[in-house]
Design a protein around this ligand. Sequence first.
Ligand code: PLP
Length: 393
Amino acid sequence: MEQSESPETRAARGGWYREFKTRPSTPPLFLTTAFDVDGLEQLEAMTAGRESGYVYTRDGNPNHDALAADVAALEKGAAGAVFASGMGAMTATLLALLKSGDHVVAARVLYGRTAQMLNHLASSFGVRVTYVDANDPSAFGRALTPQTRLAIVETVSNPLMEVADLTAIATSVGEVPLLVDNTFATPCLVRPLEHGARLVFHSGSKYLNGHGDVMLGVMVGDAGLIRKIKGLGALYGVNSNPMESWLASRGLRTLPLRMQRVCETAANLAPFLAGYAGVARVYYPGLVSHPSHEIARRMMPAGFGGMLAFDLAGGQPAVAKLFRALGETIPFSPTLADARTTVSYPAGTSHKFLTAQERAECGITDGLVRLSVGLEDSDTLRRELAQALAAVV
Ligand SMILES: Cc1ncc(COP(=O)(O)O)c(C=O)c1O
């Protein structure tokens, strides 16, 4: 990204790629399995990296590269690669960086499937994993062994919205690459590479696309690491398809605007929910009561994000009542970062793969509701939430 180029400008003007030789105003969609090659000489030149170009969409496609370049620029990283989903990106990365006998230090509170993938690598492929409290950066350093090849943390944790002190964690792990899941924060609010991370990861199915119609993952980092990860992704076939990248490129144009809007609305809703009978606790980093508030003020000067969670004192029965009362106004949808506001139930969706004890250790109760704030006006959302909460207590 040019020094003077703001995220808004980069996002709005991105999407262009050198392959778009006919100069369309918006990026075309390259729905093709393969690309014709001039001859064996060209194939050899492309394979050796002397000539740029495309051969087979599993290995590369202009739509993937356009999106990857834009996300990398917003994250201020040298290179990026896109995959079939966030979990596809994680698969390619773990396969690229780990082998049997290696050790990973990971935050105890992670997206449930990420933890499940690490546990699967541990039980089936001999990788060792140590989980530590992300609120204690020195715990990462203390857990390192000579075999540690990777450390993993989320900028804003799912679902309790704890904000990690990335600079302190990067310092604590030293030479060990730190991978940061930046899905909840987006590069508009936090750029982990500026804090010492080596890799930044996104479920592109969420804010980057922002319209709830795509499955996609993005990994950003230095060119050498990304080349290796992209290679493993092609080998194991966890590549995205061009349509998904094209849609996400279009969604990315409005990312800064959308993030500004959801930050404002969530900051408005959090204190309102905290004042409600039946709501035992609200988790939003912008609230002074949130344990990460001080770190969040330092790490997220542009806003505290559009995600919040709240605990209903009545547990699971209260959640069931709330979801029934919300009906179709604020639907129960096990995703986030859609244009519309949605609620989810971490104990039954993103974290259902953990045992009840593991969930309890992470602070994920049976009454916890996660709210993904969308682009509606906040007065409407307050009214709809108030009406539904009245049915619960
Ligand atoms: C924080 C976070 N990381 C990773 C993922 C996985 O991404 P995907 O669903 O695109 O595979 C999700 C999905 O919800 C998520 O919320």
